[in-house]
Structures are given as C-alpha cells and as structure tokens.
Design a protein around this ligand. Structure first.
Ligand code: LMR
Length: 329
C-alpha cells in the first residue's frame, strides 16, 4: 500500500513537472538590491547561463538578504545550501581568509585601473587559491566602486569623526580604519543598516553610492563626504565540490556565461554609482561634501598607521604584492 501511495505521488509529481524542468539548479544568494552593479551582474549571469546551457541549468537569484545575511550566506555556501555568492571582499575574514581584507586598506588604489591590475593578475589568482581548502572556488572579481562616508553631521576632517558610532562590515581593517579616525566601529549585517541609521543605533556608515541609494540610507543621513577613501568589490564564489562535479560541458558553458557577466558587471559599476549619486543629490535629503586637498591630506595622514597595524593580520607580503601590482610593477 505504501509503495502504491509513493508511486502515485511520484507519478503525480512527474505529471505536474514542467517540461522545461532544469537538471541543475544553482541558488545565487546576495545581500544587495537587484538594481545595483552586483544585482545586475547576477541577473546577467542568470540570463547567459540559462541560454548557454539551453535550460539545463536554472539560476535562482535571492537578492536583498532574502535567504541569508552576510555571515550566514558563507556558511550556507560551505554546507551546500546555496551554490553561488558574491560577498564583498571585506567579508572573508570570518571564513579564515583574512588576506582579502587588504582590499579595505584606505586609499589603496589610485583608480580603477590600479584595482584591475590586481584583480585580473597573479595576485587576484593567488588570493583565490587560498579559498580552496575552505571548500570554495573563487571565479571572478566584480567591481562596485569607491566608498563615501555618511553621518548626520558633516565629516570634513578627522576631528569630525571623534566618538561617532559607525557601521562597518566584518573586516578588521575597516575596524582599524574607523578607530584611526577616532570613531567607534560597529560590525553589523548589511540588511540591518538602514534601520540602525534610522533609529540612531549607529550615527553613520560607509558604502558606494549604489548601495547607499538602493537601501534608502540617504533618507536617514544628513551628510555624506565624497571621500572615495576605500574600495568595495566582490568575489564571485561557488561551492567547490558542487562546481567540480558538474558535467564538464555544462561547467564550460557556465564559465563562459560568468566571463561575460563579469565584463558586464564591471562595465556598469561606475555608471550605476554615478546615477545613484545624482539621484541622491536630486532627492535633496543629504548634503554632499567634496574634500579639499588639505582635508584629504588630513584623512590620509590619520589613516596611514592602519597599514602597519593590520600587516600582521592580512600579511605584509599580501599588502606589498597588491601595492606592487596596483602600481603596474
Ligand atoms: C556592505 O555590507 O556594506 C556591502 O558590502 C554590501 C554589498 O554586498 O555590497
């Protein structure tokens, strides 16, 4: 009897299964809004991956921390509950890959070209190799852009930071950065930041304009400084076992889709941020400050000690390697 019921259930499920049912499902979880460089990159990957595999692979995207918050999504990837993520490079510390926090060093990259020399070169590859014993494969670097600093009071000189509670990602380099400015850093999941700013649990934060705008942070921050003091980028990562067990032809198609989605994501990042900044200026809730040359020099001076302070954690060799590659040497 039990067999019959089971059989009937199987038959029923087969009869309602859509003819296009995919053989393989990849859950891609992330914490930002769909209308961001990362959100759009994920959509592009889905479109191309489903096209190239002719529907054999279905990509399910879960944006806005719908499935998991920052720390949980990394655990979920290792456990195989999701197959693909694109966490910011600032979030790899809890995984034991502290080297990635080097990307958070203040004023590390003069411009995007310097950044690209690092991520597309040997240093980028060597960093990905450090993920493998954690059951993770690094497949691509996606750009977001340079961060701006926001609060409810103007942030022109390091003195303006003293005593402010500022939300950061889990990176110890960001913790050292905020402390060097005299602020009190507070680690918090991205999905909780808007409310924390709104209720005054924290006074301010840092992020590129695309994240600030799509989370409506500008509605609860009176001031922002266009400091571009730090970088925010992502590593597209997958569960290693899952990826390596894919049929070789399918994996090749997915790799091709990812190469193209990466080009796309990186090509729109700056424009998305420019548009977000323009939209926030238009909204008129936040006053945006440009740093004068002297103000910028004061920030750089205050932040210089961070390099020495974190060298033991992220590796002096890693920092030197990034600086060398960034300079094009
Ligand atoms: C943050 O947590 O501030 C950002 O890294 C979120 C993201 O993924 O862009």
């Amino acid at each position: 009897m039990r067999n019959i019921v089971a059989g009937a259930l199987v038959a029923l499920s087969l009869s309602v299964a859509p003819v296009w049912a995919a053989d393989i499902v990849i859950k891609f979880s992330h914490v930002v809004a769909p209308a961001t460089p990362k959100g759009k990159g994920a959509e592009k990957f889905k479109e191309l991956a489903e096209q190239y595999t002719e529907g054999k692979v279905k990509i399910e995207i879960y944006p806005n921390s719908q499935l998991y918050k920052d720390k949980e999504e990394l655990e979920a990837l290792q456990l195989g509950a999701v197959q693909m993520l694109a966490p910011s490079l600032a979030k790899f510390g809890p995984l034991g890959a502290k080297e990635f926090e080097a990307f958070d060093l203040p004023f590390l990259f003069a411009d995007k070209a310097a950044l690209n020399r690092v991520t597309t070169g040997e240093v980028g590859k060597a960093l990905f190799a450090r993920l493998e014993d954690k059951g993770i494969l690094g497949l691509a670097y996606w750009d977001n852009g340079f961060k701006i600093m926001s609060a409810n009071s103007p942030l022109r000189t390091p003195d303006d930071f003293v005593g402010l509670k500022l939300r950061i990602q889990s990176s110890k380099v960001l913790e050292a950065q905020m402390k060097a400015l005299g602020a009190v850093p507070q680690v918090m999941a991205f999905s909780e930041v808007y409310q924390a700013l709104q209720t005054g649990v924290v006074d301010g934060t840092e992020n590129p304009p695309s994240n600030m705008y799509t989370q409506k942070m500008h509605e609860v921050q009176k001031h922002a400084t266009l400091s571009n003091h730090g970088y925010l980028g992502y590593a597209v990562i997958v569960n290693k076992k899952f990826w390596e067990e894919l049929p070789a032809d399918t994996r090749g198609q997915l790799d091709k889709a990812l190469v193209e989605a990466t080009e796309y994501a990186n090509s729109i990042a700056q424009e998305e941020n420019d548009k977000a900044l323009a939209a926030m200026k238009e909204a008129g809730k936040t006053e945006f400050h440009e740093l004068t040359a002297e103000e910028k020099a004061a920030w750089m001076e205050a932040l210089k000690p961070v390099y020495e302070e974190v060298a033991g954690r992220v590796g002096a060799d890693v920092i030197a390697g990034i600086q060398k590659a960034a300079a094009g040497n």
